[in-house]
Design a protein around this ligand. Sequence first.
Ligand SMILES: Cc1cc2nc3c(=O)[nH]c(=O)nc-3n(C[C@H](O)[C@H](O)[C@H](O)COP(=O)(O)O)c2cc1C
Length: 215
Amino acid sequence: MSTFDIRDMRVKYKDRTEAFTEDQLVSDEPIGQFTAWFEEMKKCPDIIEPNAMCLATANRNGIPSARMVLLKGYGPEGFKFFTNYESRKGCDLAENPQASLMFYWPPFNRQVRIEGKVEKVPDSESVEYFNKRPISSRVSAIISEQSKLVPSRDYLIKAANDVISRGEVERPPFWGGFVLHHEYVEFWQGQSDRLHDRIIYKKNDVKWDILRLAP
Ligand SMILES: Cc1cc2nc3c(=O)[nH]c(=O)nc-3n(C[C@H](O)[C@H](O)[C@H](O)COP(=O)(O)O)c2cc1C
């Protein structure tokens, strides 16, 4: 039995930032503030996929599940990602369209949490993006009954080779985008003294309330 105690694992955050205070906000709505942070993350060589985010869903019984997906667009209408509509997440969202997204960018000790209602993007947008993807990604999306059981890896390879040999690489109707219409966005800035900063934008009719939460 190891004497290592996981409770002692504790990283001292680098003092990269000063306190994150309300006067540093660049916008009175969350997309402007998200853009400011996201642009900084894109420039950081230590962040390999700044657009990787955790998507949490729950089914009609409230059973939660979370997984990573890639942000593929954002703006005033919301945050977009693409997936298989018949996957576990797709089924959850069909039953319960409320979801949550979370970015964690360790080199900056930053987290962003986003919550709101999700809906499918128009089919034309899914087709346009599907056709921009590398051929291997398109083939994988076509053959993968995402989240279903498969007998083996060889089974998937054979299915992929069959699609390639038939040359059929159109977007299947079960694959496409979702947009999460944000109603709550929290910007978390970790601090070495553990007095972390949490500034939230909460939708209030047509405007956004800007508030602070205890860490
Ligand atoms: C960094 C990262 C990015 C990912 N991006 C996507 C994505 O954009 N879309 C997707 O369907 N799955 C993506 N995945 C795979 C999902 O995490 C997950 O395994 C898959 O979508 C099935 O999830 P589900 O069974 O909960 O529906 C990604 C995984 C990682 C680790």
